[in-house]
Design a protein around this ligand. Structure first.
Ligand SMILES: Nc1nc2c(ncn2[C@@H]2O[C@H](COP(=O)(O)OP(=O)(O)O)[C@@H](O)[C@H]2O)c(=O)[nH]1
Ligand SMILES: [Mg+2]
Length: 358
């Protein structure tokens, strides 16, 4: 009995407050146990692609996951119609890497600036995002709740900015304002091979200024006081924010270099671009950030921040509605009670009058 009793040890300042068992108990394996469960279930990531038609949305998502997930709209002849996404389209894929299953849902959206009047063209997007939150909330509040609620909430919006010299258009600003309020938005400069290095640096600076001028909060957020994050993570997020938007190039083609290496890239008249070369574009930074360092944080932030604020608003509104309904009902009841009281008083006086009369 005495050997198994945990005893207090003061090893370092940080674990001074913890009791350390004198023998190995094994509860440290809980991390492996959790990992096994999670790996068995797999992870779900829902990525929404937003930007004008032809900015390379489909190509980039295929490049990111090294898989052909979406058809790109490149044409082989002028007679082929230009493919446009007329409505929100969700495609689902199960990817497997070293035993880990990723249920990836790609939400393709109608291109912006495709219409003559682009007013409120963001409505279907914000509606889709809110509808997914709503569905999740309903499932959560169900009396017979599912063991694992299917997660269709959008974890990340990849927002494609055209490679121009002036930065965000008015439409971009309006759309980004709406989106950044309800979802994690990661901005990218599309087709950055069309910009010279100076133009790219300049455009990045303009965009950074516009983000702060219009107060557009891009992901990762400045969660300095978030106790989930270590100081290194806070610093890392700060470094990433200073790099936004990532200047990317997408390609589905595998090409062979003069040295005989096969790389993912674009062959042009004047040479070739290796998409995975960090001296040529920031695609690798984006991929590492989305898949290797922040994949779980995107999912968690969606749940703890965006969904939570939606949930709070909905439940508060519901409570207020119920409260208002109850108070009208109780007013109605008290009104009918006072009516019946006055009726009984009248009856009483009538019966007194009746008795006096007889
Ligand atoms: N120069 C260049 N062209 C690209 C890039 N990404 C895609 N494209 C081309 O742009 C065209 C439209 O791409 P697509 O992915 O269908 O655009 P989406 O309409 O936004 O989905 C295709 O011909 C692609 O090959 C890029 O980074 N640079
Ligand atoms: Mg497309």
């Amino acid at each position: 009995m005495a050997e198994t009793q945990p005893q207090q040890q003061t090893q370092t300042a940080s674990d001074a407050a913890f009791l350390q068992p004198s023998n190995y108990v094994g509860f440290d394996t809980i991390t492996t146990q959790i990992e096994n469960r999670l790996v068995k279930r797999g992870f779900t990531l829902n990525v929404m692609l937003v930007g004008s038609s032809g900015l390379g949305k489909s190509t980039l998502i295929n490049t990111l996951f090294s898989t052909h997930l979406e058809d790109s709209s490149g044409r082989n002849s002028i007679y082929e119609p230009i493919e446009r996404t007329p409505e929100i389209k969700v495609t689902s894929h199960d990817l497997l890497e070293n035993n880990v299953i990723l249920h990836l849902n790609v939400i393709d959206t109608p291109g912006f600036a495709d219409q003559v009047n682009n007013n409120h063209c963001w409505d279907p997007l914000t509606k889709y995002i809110k509808d997914q939150h709503n569905q999740y909330l309903r499932r959560e509040l169900n009396a017979s709740r599912e063991k694992f609620i299917k997660d269709t909430r959008v974890h990340c919006v990849l927002y494609f900015i055209a490679p121009n010299y002036y930065g965000l258009s008015n439409l971009d600003v309006q759309v980004l304002k709406k989106l950044t309020e309800v979802v994690n938005v990661v901005p990218v400069i599309a087709k950055s091979d069309t910009l010279t290095l100076d133009e790219r640096t300049n455009l990045k600076r303009v965009l950074q200024d516009q983000f702060s001028h219009y107060n557009l909060k891009m992901y990762p957020y400045n969660n300095q006081y978030d106790d989930r994050l270590s100081s290194e993570e806070v610093q890392f997020n700060k470094d990433i924010r200073s790099m936004l938007p990532f200047a990317v190039i997408g390609s589905e083609d595998i090409i062979t270099t003069s040295k005989g290496e096969t790389v993912r890239g674009r062959r042009t008249k004047w040479g070739m671009i290796n998409v995975e070369d960090v001296t040529q574009c920031e695609f690798v930074y984006l991929r590492d950030f989305l898949t290797r360092t922040h994949l779980y944080d995107l999912i968690e932030t969606t749940s703890l921040q965006h969904y939570e604020s939606f949930r709070t608003k909905q439940l508060t509104a519901l409570r207020e509605n119920v409260g208002a309904r109850n108070s009208t009902q109780s007013q109605a009841v008290s009104h009918s009670q006072s009516q019946s009281q006055s009726q009984s008083q009248t009856q009483q006086s009538q019966s007194q009058a009746f008795q006096q009369h007889h």
